[in-house]
Design a protein around this ligand. Structure first.
Ligand SMILES: [Zn+2]
Length: 489
Protein backbone atom coordinates (compact mmCIF):
# COMPACT_ATOMS: atom_id res chain seq x y z
CA UNK A 1 0.00 0.00 0.00
CA UNK A 2 0.99 3.61 -0.12
CA UNK A 3 0.39 6.35 2.39
CA UNK A 4 0.29 10.08 1.73
CA UNK A 5 3.98 10.14 1.10
CA UNK A 6 3.95 7.14 -1.16
CA UNK A 7 5.94 5.00 1.27
CA UNK A 8 5.33 1.29 1.23
CA UNK A 9 4.02 -0.31 4.39
CA UNK A 10 5.75 -3.61 5.07
CA UNK A 11 3.74 -6.77 5.49
CA UNK A 12 4.05 -6.49 9.26
CA UNK A 13 3.35 -3.06 10.56
CA UNK A 14 4.60 0.49 10.64
CA UNK A 15 4.25 2.78 13.58
CA UNK A 16 5.54 6.10 14.74
CA UNK A 17 6.57 4.91 18.17
CA UNK A 18 7.56 1.27 18.54
CA UNK A 19 7.09 1.37 22.34
CA UNK A 20 4.28 -0.21 24.33
CA UNK A 21 0.58 0.22 23.69
CA UNK A 22 0.06 1.99 27.00
CA UNK A 23 -2.51 4.47 25.77
CA UNK A 24 -6.00 3.25 25.02
CA UNK A 25 -5.95 1.78 21.58
CA UNK A 26 -8.68 1.80 18.96
CA UNK A 27 -8.21 -0.66 16.14
CA UNK A 28 -10.05 0.05 12.90
CA UNK A 29 -9.87 -3.23 11.10
CA UNK A 30 -10.79 -4.71 7.77
CA UNK A 31 -11.35 -1.49 5.85
CA UNK A 32 -9.99 -0.14 2.61
CA UNK A 33 -7.79 2.85 3.40
CA UNK A 34 -8.11 5.65 0.87
CA UNK A 35 -5.59 8.47 0.86
CA UNK A 36 -4.65 11.06 -1.73
CA UNK A 37 -1.99 8.64 -2.97
CA UNK A 38 -3.97 5.45 -3.30
CA UNK A 39 -6.09 2.65 -1.96
CA UNK A 40 -5.07 -0.34 0.16
CA UNK A 41 -6.59 -2.81 2.56
CA UNK A 42 -5.02 -2.17 5.95
CA UNK A 43 -5.81 -1.77 9.64
CA UNK A 44 -5.31 1.45 11.58
CA UNK A 45 -4.26 1.66 15.21
CA UNK A 46 -5.11 4.80 17.17
CA UNK A 47 -3.37 5.56 20.44
CA UNK A 48 -4.55 8.57 22.35
CA UNK A 49 -4.95 11.46 19.90
CA UNK A 50 -2.73 10.07 17.16
CA UNK A 51 -2.56 7.41 14.52
CA UNK A 52 0.00 4.96 15.90
CA UNK A 53 0.28 2.40 13.15
CA UNK A 54 -0.92 1.29 9.76
CA UNK A 55 -0.70 -2.47 9.64
CA UNK A 56 -1.43 -5.41 7.43
CA UNK A 57 -5.00 -6.66 7.90
CA UNK A 58 -5.33 -8.64 11.12
CA UNK A 59 -1.78 -7.97 12.35
CA UNK A 60 -2.91 -6.21 15.52
CA UNK A 61 -5.96 -8.27 16.37
CA UNK A 62 -5.72 -9.51 19.95
CA UNK A 63 -2.89 -7.15 20.91
CA UNK A 64 -3.12 -6.23 24.58
CA UNK A 65 -3.21 -2.47 23.96
CA UNK A 66 -6.31 -2.67 21.82
CA UNK A 67 -9.31 -1.81 23.93
CA UNK A 68 -11.81 -1.10 21.24
CA UNK A 69 -12.26 -2.54 17.76
CA UNK A 70 -14.19 -0.81 15.00
CA UNK A 71 -15.06 -3.22 12.22
CA UNK A 72 -14.64 -1.46 8.90
CA UNK A 73 -15.13 -4.49 6.68
CA UNK A 74 -16.57 -3.38 3.37
CA UNK A 75 -16.01 0.26 4.30
CA UNK A 76 -13.69 3.02 3.13
CA UNK A 77 -11.42 4.50 5.78
CA UNK A 78 -10.39 8.08 4.98
CA UNK A 79 -8.73 11.00 6.73
CA UNK A 80 -11.29 13.35 8.29
CA UNK A 81 -12.56 16.08 6.00
CA UNK A 82 -10.99 19.55 6.11
CA UNK A 83 -13.36 22.41 5.24
CA UNK A 84 -11.33 25.60 4.93
CA UNK A 85 -14.24 27.94 4.26
CA UNK A 86 -16.96 28.27 6.93
CA UNK A 87 -18.74 31.16 8.63
CA UNK A 88 -20.00 29.99 12.03
CA UNK A 89 -21.71 32.52 14.30
CA UNK A 90 -21.05 35.25 11.75
CA UNK A 91 -22.67 38.66 12.27
CA UNK A 92 -24.22 39.85 9.02
CA UNK A 93 -25.43 43.31 10.04
CA UNK A 94 -28.76 44.48 11.49
CA UNK A 95 -28.50 41.91 14.25
CA UNK A 96 -28.41 38.99 11.81
CA UNK A 97 -26.14 36.07 12.65
CA UNK A 98 -25.50 32.98 10.54
CA UNK A 99 -27.68 30.09 11.72
CA UNK A 100 -24.93 27.78 12.98
CA UNK A 101 -22.58 28.68 15.79
CA UNK A 102 -19.41 26.76 16.65
CA UNK A 103 -21.46 24.23 18.61
CA UNK A 104 -24.13 23.33 16.04
CA UNK A 105 -21.90 23.99 13.04
CA UNK A 106 -19.05 21.76 14.11
CA UNK A 107 -21.47 19.10 15.29
CA UNK A 108 -23.01 19.11 11.82
CA UNK A 109 -19.51 19.00 10.33
CA UNK A 110 -18.63 15.96 12.41
CA UNK A 111 -21.81 14.12 11.43
CA UNK A 112 -20.78 14.61 7.84
CA UNK A 113 -17.19 13.44 8.23
CA UNK A 114 -15.46 16.82 8.49
CA UNK A 115 -13.11 16.96 11.46
CA UNK A 116 -11.36 20.27 10.78
CA UNK A 117 -12.75 23.64 9.80
CA UNK A 118 -11.00 26.91 9.11
CA UNK A 119 -13.41 29.77 9.76
CA UNK A 120 -13.12 33.50 9.04
CA UNK A 121 -12.52 36.16 11.67
CA UNK A 122 -13.60 39.45 10.16
CA UNK A 123 -12.28 42.98 10.44
CA UNK A 124 -14.73 45.58 9.17
CA UNK A 125 -13.84 49.24 8.65
CA UNK A 126 -13.24 50.85 12.03
CA UNK A 127 -12.32 47.58 13.77
CA UNK A 128 -8.96 46.64 15.27
CA UNK A 129 -7.80 43.38 13.72
CA UNK A 130 -6.55 42.00 17.05
CA UNK A 131 -9.89 42.74 18.75
CA UNK A 132 -11.83 40.91 16.07
CA UNK A 133 -9.57 37.89 16.27
CA UNK A 134 -10.09 37.79 20.04
CA UNK A 135 -13.85 37.92 19.46
CA UNK A 136 -13.73 34.94 17.14
CA UNK A 137 -11.59 32.97 19.56
CA UNK A 138 -14.23 33.66 22.22
CA UNK A 139 -17.00 32.47 19.88
CA UNK A 140 -15.30 29.12 19.32
CA UNK A 141 -13.45 28.32 22.55
CA UNK A 142 -15.00 25.43 24.44
CA UNK A 143 -17.85 25.08 21.97
CA UNK A 144 -16.34 23.35 18.94
CA UNK A 145 -16.68 19.59 18.52
CA UNK A 146 -13.92 19.38 15.91
CA UNK A 147 -10.63 21.24 15.60
CA UNK A 148 -10.65 24.67 14.04
CA UNK A 149 -8.42 27.42 12.76
CA UNK A 150 -9.02 30.93 11.50
CA UNK A 151 -8.31 33.03 8.45
CA UNK A 152 -8.49 36.81 8.92
CA UNK A 153 -10.58 39.04 6.68
CA UNK A 154 -8.96 42.44 6.23
CA UNK A 155 -11.81 44.87 5.57
CA UNK A 156 -9.87 48.09 6.04
CA UNK A 157 -6.28 48.64 5.00
CA UNK A 158 -4.32 51.08 7.16
CA UNK A 159 -1.01 51.03 9.02
CA UNK A 160 -2.63 49.33 12.02
CA UNK A 161 -4.20 46.47 10.07
CA UNK A 162 -1.10 45.95 7.94
CA UNK A 163 1.00 46.04 11.08
CA UNK A 164 -1.17 43.41 12.76
CA UNK A 165 -0.55 40.80 10.08
CA UNK A 166 2.86 39.68 11.37
CA UNK A 167 1.48 38.97 14.83
CA UNK A 168 -1.36 36.98 13.38
CA UNK A 169 0.97 34.84 11.29
CA UNK A 170 3.03 34.16 14.41
CA UNK A 171 -0.17 33.02 16.13
CA UNK A 172 -1.11 30.58 13.41
CA UNK A 173 -3.30 32.76 11.19
CA UNK A 174 -1.39 32.32 7.94
CA UNK A 175 -4.02 33.42 5.43
CA UNK A 176 -5.80 36.72 4.82
CA UNK A 177 -8.99 37.15 2.86
CA UNK A 178 -9.81 40.22 0.77
CA UNK A 179 -12.88 41.28 -1.21
CA UNK A 180 -13.31 42.96 -4.58
CA UNK A 181 -17.06 42.65 -3.92
CA UNK A 182 -19.35 44.51 -1.48
CA UNK A 183 -18.57 48.23 -1.98
CA UNK A 184 -19.33 50.12 1.20
CA UNK A 185 -18.36 47.28 3.53
CA UNK A 186 -15.57 44.80 2.80
CA UNK A 187 -14.63 46.05 -0.69
CA UNK A 188 -10.98 47.02 -1.16
CA UNK A 189 -9.59 48.95 -4.11
CA UNK A 190 -6.61 47.70 -6.09
CA UNK A 191 -4.11 49.82 -4.15
CA UNK A 192 -5.25 48.47 -0.80
CA UNK A 193 -5.29 44.93 -2.15
CA UNK A 194 -1.72 45.40 -3.38
CA UNK A 195 -0.58 46.64 0.02
CA UNK A 196 -1.98 43.56 1.81
CA UNK A 197 -0.50 41.29 -0.84
CA UNK A 198 2.93 42.85 -0.40
CA UNK A 199 2.84 42.30 3.35
CA UNK A 200 1.50 38.75 2.92
CA UNK A 201 4.34 38.01 0.51
CA UNK A 202 6.86 39.33 3.03
CA UNK A 203 5.36 37.13 5.75
CA UNK A 204 4.94 34.02 3.62
CA UNK A 205 1.17 34.12 4.09
CA UNK A 206 -1.43 33.37 1.43
CA UNK A 207 -4.03 35.87 0.20
CA UNK A 208 -7.54 34.54 -0.31
CA UNK A 209 -9.74 36.46 -2.71
CA UNK A 210 -13.47 36.88 -3.13
CA UNK A 211 -13.18 37.87 -6.77
CA UNK A 212 -16.18 39.65 -8.25
CA UNK A 213 -16.28 43.19 -9.60
CA UNK A 214 -18.51 44.66 -6.91
CA UNK A 215 -18.57 48.17 -8.36
CA UNK A 216 -20.01 46.97 -11.66
CA UNK A 217 -22.34 44.48 -9.99
CA UNK A 218 -23.87 47.22 -7.84
CA UNK A 219 -24.68 49.26 -10.94
CA UNK A 220 -26.39 46.30 -12.60
CA UNK A 221 -28.23 45.44 -9.38
CA UNK A 222 -29.57 48.96 -9.00
CA UNK A 223 -30.71 49.01 -12.63
CA UNK A 224 -32.48 45.68 -12.14
CA UNK A 225 -34.38 46.87 -9.06
CA UNK A 226 -35.32 50.20 -10.67
CA UNK A 227 -36.62 48.19 -13.62
CA UNK A 228 -38.84 46.14 -11.32
CA UNK A 229 -36.70 42.99 -11.43
CA UNK A 230 -36.64 42.30 -7.70
CA UNK A 231 -36.97 38.49 -7.51
CA UNK A 232 -34.04 36.46 -6.09
CA UNK A 233 -33.03 35.12 -9.51
CA UNK A 234 -31.82 38.62 -10.39
CA UNK A 235 -29.11 38.23 -7.75
CA UNK A 236 -27.57 35.61 -10.04
CA UNK A 237 -28.29 37.45 -13.27
CA UNK A 238 -26.53 40.69 -12.30
CA UNK A 239 -23.47 38.96 -10.83
CA UNK A 240 -22.30 38.15 -14.32
CA UNK A 241 -19.66 35.46 -14.96
CA UNK A 242 -17.56 38.05 -16.82
CA UNK A 243 -17.38 40.12 -13.64
CA UNK A 244 -16.10 37.14 -11.65
CA UNK A 245 -13.55 36.41 -14.39
CA UNK A 246 -12.44 40.04 -14.57
CA UNK A 247 -11.80 40.30 -10.82
CA UNK A 248 -10.07 36.94 -10.83
CA UNK A 249 -7.72 38.00 -13.62
CA UNK A 250 -7.05 41.41 -12.06
CA UNK A 251 -6.19 40.02 -8.63
CA UNK A 252 -4.00 37.28 -10.09
CA UNK A 253 -1.97 40.04 -11.78
CA UNK A 254 -1.85 42.09 -8.58
CA UNK A 255 -0.61 39.04 -6.66
CA UNK A 256 2.03 38.47 -9.30
CA UNK A 257 3.23 42.09 -8.96
CA UNK A 258 3.36 41.70 -5.16
CA UNK A 259 5.00 38.27 -5.30
CA UNK A 260 2.15 36.83 -3.22
CA UNK A 261 0.47 33.44 -3.36
CA UNK A 262 -3.22 33.73 -4.19
CA UNK A 263 -6.11 31.39 -3.39
CA UNK A 264 -9.38 32.24 -5.14
CA UNK A 265 -12.42 31.26 -3.10
CA UNK A 266 -15.74 29.89 -4.35
CA UNK A 267 -15.04 29.81 -8.09
CA UNK A 268 -18.46 29.41 -9.68
CA UNK A 269 -18.14 29.76 -13.43
CA UNK A 270 -16.31 28.56 -16.52
CA UNK A 271 -14.95 32.01 -17.33
CA UNK A 272 -13.14 32.41 -13.99
CA UNK A 273 -11.86 28.85 -14.17
CA UNK A 274 -10.38 29.55 -17.61
CA UNK A 275 -8.51 32.55 -16.18
CA UNK A 276 -7.13 30.40 -13.36
CA UNK A 277 -6.18 27.57 -15.69
CA UNK A 278 -4.22 29.83 -18.00
CA UNK A 279 -2.48 31.57 -15.07
CA UNK A 280 -1.44 28.23 -13.58
CA UNK A 281 -0.24 27.07 -16.98
CA UNK A 282 2.14 30.00 -17.15
CA UNK A 283 3.35 29.35 -13.61
CA UNK A 284 1.41 31.87 -11.53
CA UNK A 285 1.20 31.04 -7.81
CA UNK A 286 -2.56 30.76 -7.79
CA UNK A 287 -4.86 28.00 -6.60
CA UNK A 288 -8.62 27.89 -6.27
CA UNK A 289 -11.57 26.21 -4.65
CA UNK A 290 -15.12 25.62 -5.68
CA UNK A 291 -18.03 24.57 -3.46
CA UNK A 292 -20.71 21.86 -3.67
CA UNK A 293 -23.42 24.40 -4.46
CA UNK A 294 -21.73 25.23 -7.77
CA UNK A 295 -21.37 21.54 -8.60
CA UNK A 296 -24.90 20.43 -7.73
CA UNK A 297 -27.26 23.43 -7.73
CA UNK A 298 -28.17 25.87 -10.48
CA UNK A 299 -29.72 29.21 -11.22
CA UNK A 300 -32.60 27.73 -13.22
CA UNK A 301 -33.54 24.93 -10.83
CA UNK A 302 -32.97 26.62 -7.46
CA UNK A 303 -32.29 30.37 -7.45
CA UNK A 304 -35.14 30.99 -9.92
CA UNK A 305 -37.77 29.57 -7.56
CA UNK A 306 -40.25 32.23 -6.51
CA UNK A 307 -40.14 34.08 -3.20
CA UNK A 308 -38.35 32.68 -0.19
CA UNK A 309 -37.72 29.39 -2.00
CA UNK A 310 -35.40 31.22 -4.37
CA UNK A 311 -34.05 33.53 -1.66
CA UNK A 312 -32.85 30.44 0.21
CA UNK A 313 -30.35 29.94 -2.61
CA UNK A 314 -28.91 33.46 -2.60
CA UNK A 315 -25.17 33.23 -2.07
CA UNK A 316 -22.15 35.00 -3.57
CA UNK A 317 -20.65 34.08 -5.91
CA UNK A 318 -24.10 33.05 -7.19
CA UNK A 319 -25.48 29.79 -8.48
CA UNK A 320 -24.89 29.62 -12.23
CA UNK A 321 -26.95 28.47 -15.18
CA UNK A 322 -26.77 24.73 -15.73
CA UNK A 323 -27.53 25.27 -19.42
CA UNK A 324 -24.38 27.37 -19.80
CA UNK A 325 -22.27 24.39 -18.76
CA UNK A 326 -20.53 25.80 -15.70
CA UNK A 327 -21.05 22.67 -13.62
CA UNK A 328 -19.41 20.45 -16.23
CA UNK A 329 -16.46 22.85 -16.44
CA UNK A 330 -16.00 22.86 -12.68
CA UNK A 331 -16.05 19.06 -12.46
CA UNK A 332 -13.45 18.92 -15.23
CA UNK A 333 -11.40 21.52 -13.35
CA UNK A 334 -11.44 19.31 -10.29
CA UNK A 335 -10.35 16.29 -12.29
CA UNK A 336 -7.42 18.22 -13.81
CA UNK A 337 -6.49 19.98 -10.53
CA UNK A 338 -7.06 23.44 -11.96
CA UNK A 339 -9.45 23.55 -9.02
CA UNK A 340 -7.62 22.11 -6.04
CA UNK A 341 -10.04 22.20 -3.12
CA UNK A 342 -13.77 21.90 -2.47
CA UNK A 343 -14.95 23.74 0.61
CA UNK A 344 -18.46 24.83 1.52
CA UNK A 345 -18.64 28.55 2.36
CA UNK A 346 -21.07 27.24 4.98
CA UNK A 347 -23.15 30.27 6.01
CA UNK A 348 -26.86 29.41 6.25
CA UNK A 349 -29.56 31.82 7.37
CA UNK A 350 -33.05 30.82 8.41
CA UNK A 351 -36.00 31.22 6.06
CA UNK A 352 -37.49 34.16 7.95
CA UNK A 353 -34.18 35.99 7.52
CA UNK A 354 -33.97 35.08 3.84
CA UNK A 355 -37.51 36.44 3.45
CA UNK A 356 -36.36 39.90 4.55
CA UNK A 357 -35.07 40.40 1.02
CA UNK A 358 -38.35 39.70 -0.76
CA UNK A 359 -39.12 42.78 -2.78
CA UNK A 360 -35.44 43.63 -3.25
CA UNK A 361 -32.99 40.79 -3.86
CA UNK A 362 -30.11 43.01 -2.67
CA UNK A 363 -31.42 42.68 0.90
CA UNK A 364 -31.38 38.88 1.09
CA UNK A 365 -28.63 37.75 3.48
CA UNK A 366 -26.04 35.90 1.41
CA UNK A 367 -25.12 32.34 2.18
CA UNK A 368 -26.19 28.70 2.21
CA UNK A 369 -25.17 25.69 4.27
CA UNK A 370 -23.34 22.52 3.37
CA UNK A 371 -20.70 21.65 5.96
CA UNK A 372 -22.54 18.43 6.86
CA UNK A 373 -22.86 17.13 3.32
CA UNK A 374 -19.66 18.09 1.49
CA UNK A 375 -17.85 14.76 1.89
CA UNK A 376 -20.83 12.65 0.82
CA UNK A 377 -21.80 15.03 -2.00
CA UNK A 378 -18.30 14.87 -3.42
CA UNK A 379 -18.39 11.09 -3.25
CA UNK A 380 -21.07 11.31 -5.94
CA UNK A 381 -18.25 12.40 -8.23
CA UNK A 382 -16.67 8.99 -7.63
CA UNK A 383 -19.99 7.21 -8.15
CA UNK A 384 -20.51 9.05 -11.44
CA UNK A 385 -16.97 8.37 -12.64
CA UNK A 386 -15.89 12.02 -12.64
CA UNK A 387 -13.07 11.64 -10.10
CA UNK A 388 -11.10 8.79 -8.52
CA UNK A 389 -11.31 7.74 -4.88
CA UNK A 390 -7.87 9.24 -4.08
CA UNK A 391 -8.87 12.50 -5.79
CA UNK A 392 -12.02 12.59 -3.64
CA UNK A 393 -9.89 12.37 -0.49
CA UNK A 394 -7.36 14.82 -1.85
CA UNK A 395 -9.80 17.63 -2.58
CA UNK A 396 -11.92 17.10 0.55
CA UNK A 397 -9.09 16.64 3.03
CA UNK A 398 -5.45 16.43 2.00
CA UNK A 399 -5.13 19.39 -0.38
CA UNK A 400 -6.90 21.88 1.90
CA UNK A 401 -4.78 20.70 4.84
CA UNK A 402 -1.62 21.15 2.79
CA UNK A 403 -2.61 24.54 1.41
CA UNK A 404 -3.46 25.97 4.79
CA UNK A 405 -0.55 24.76 6.87
CA UNK A 406 -2.17 21.74 8.55
CA UNK A 407 -0.54 18.83 6.72
CA UNK A 408 0.50 16.13 7.63
CA UNK A 409 -1.14 16.60 11.00
CA UNK A 410 -4.51 16.80 9.22
CA UNK A 411 -5.56 15.27 5.91
CA UNK A 412 -3.37 12.22 6.37
CA UNK A 413 -3.50 8.64 7.68
CA UNK A 414 0.24 8.52 8.33
CA UNK A 415 1.50 7.35 11.74
CA UNK A 416 1.95 10.42 13.90
CA UNK A 417 -0.93 12.30 12.29
CA UNK A 418 -3.91 13.34 14.38
CA UNK A 419 -6.40 10.48 14.59
CA UNK A 420 -9.05 12.24 12.48
CA UNK A 421 -10.63 9.29 10.73
CA UNK A 422 -13.88 8.64 8.90
CA UNK A 423 -15.35 5.22 8.18
CA UNK A 424 -17.48 5.66 5.07
CA UNK A 425 -19.99 3.09 3.88
CA UNK A 426 -20.07 3.08 0.07
CA UNK A 427 -23.17 0.88 0.05
CA UNK A 428 -25.30 3.18 2.20
CA UNK A 429 -27.91 5.56 0.88
CA UNK A 430 -28.21 9.03 2.37
CA UNK A 431 -31.26 11.25 1.89
CA UNK A 432 -30.69 14.86 2.87
CA UNK A 433 -33.48 16.69 4.62
CA UNK A 434 -33.67 19.49 7.15
CA UNK A 435 -35.89 17.19 9.21
CA UNK A 436 -32.86 15.08 10.12
CA UNK A 437 -29.81 17.23 9.47
CA UNK A 438 -27.79 18.61 12.37
CA UNK A 439 -27.36 22.20 11.28
CA UNK A 440 -29.50 24.74 13.14
CA UNK A 441 -30.77 26.06 9.80
CA UNK A 442 -34.48 25.39 9.22
CA UNK A 443 -33.97 24.36 5.59
CA UNK A 444 -31.38 22.58 3.49
CA UNK A 445 -30.09 23.61 0.09
CA UNK A 446 -29.94 19.90 -0.74
CA UNK A 447 -33.42 18.98 0.51
CA UNK A 448 -34.49 15.67 -0.96
CA UNK A 449 -31.12 14.81 -2.49
CA UNK A 450 -30.49 11.07 -2.33
CA UNK A 451 -26.80 10.19 -2.24
CA UNK A 452 -24.90 6.95 -2.67
CA UNK A 453 -22.69 6.24 0.34
CA UNK A 454 -22.72 7.65 3.82
CA UNK A 455 -20.55 8.57 6.77
CA UNK A 456 -20.74 5.85 9.41
CA UNK A 457 -18.14 6.50 12.11
CA UNK A 458 -16.15 9.66 12.82
CA UNK A 459 -13.09 10.02 15.03
CA UNK A 460 -11.61 13.41 15.92
CA UNK A 461 -8.16 13.37 17.55
CA UNK A 462 -8.87 9.93 18.95
CA UNK A 463 -12.36 10.78 20.25
CA UNK A 464 -15.15 8.77 18.67
CA UNK A 465 -17.77 11.43 17.90
CA UNK A 466 -20.12 9.36 15.77
CA UNK A 467 -20.34 5.59 15.73
CA UNK A 468 -22.70 3.91 13.29
CA UNK A 469 -25.17 6.74 13.38
CA UNK A 470 -25.03 7.52 17.10
CA UNK A 471 -23.55 10.68 18.62
CA UNK A 472 -21.03 9.50 21.22
CA UNK A 473 -19.42 12.65 22.58
CA UNK A 474 -20.41 14.43 25.76
CA UNK A 475 -18.32 17.62 25.89
CA UNK A 476 -16.99 19.64 22.98
CA UNK A 477 -13.36 18.64 22.49
CA UNK A 478 -12.27 20.66 19.46
CA UNK A 479 -9.17 22.81 19.85
CA UNK A 480 -7.72 25.83 18.07
CA UNK A 481 -5.15 24.90 15.44
CA UNK A 482 -2.15 27.16 15.14
CA UNK A 483 -1.48 26.75 11.43
CA UNK A 484 1.88 26.71 9.72
CA UNK A 485 2.84 28.25 6.42
CA UNK A 486 0.31 27.94 3.68
CA UNK A 487 1.59 25.94 0.78
CA UNK A 488 0.29 26.71 -2.69
CA UNK A 489 1.21 24.05 -5.18
ZN1 LIG B 1 -17.34 32.91 2.50
Amino acid sequence: MADDHGAAVPAGQRRSNPGSFAAMGILIRGGDLVTARGLARADLLVEGERIAAVTAPGAMVGSPGVERVIDATGRLVIPGGVDVHTHMDMPAGDGLVSADDFDTGTRAAAWGGTTTIVDFAEQNPGDRVEDKLAEWHARAAGRAHVDYGFHMIIGEVNPASLGAMAGLVAGGITSFKLFTAYPGSLYLDDGDILRVMQEAARLGAVVMMHAENGIAIDVLAEQAVVGGHTEPVNHGLVRRPELEAEATARTIELASVAGAALYVVHVSCREALEVIRSARTRGARVAAETCPQYLFLSLEEHLARPGVEGASYVCSTPLRSRAEGHQESLWRGLATDDLTVVSTDHCPFCRSEKAMGLGDFRLVPNGIGGVEHRVALLYQGVVEGRISLPRWVEMASTAPARMFGLHPRKGSLTPGADADIVVFDPTATTTITSATHHSAADHSAYEGFTLRGGVETVISRGRVLVERGTWMESDPGGIYLRRGRSVLI
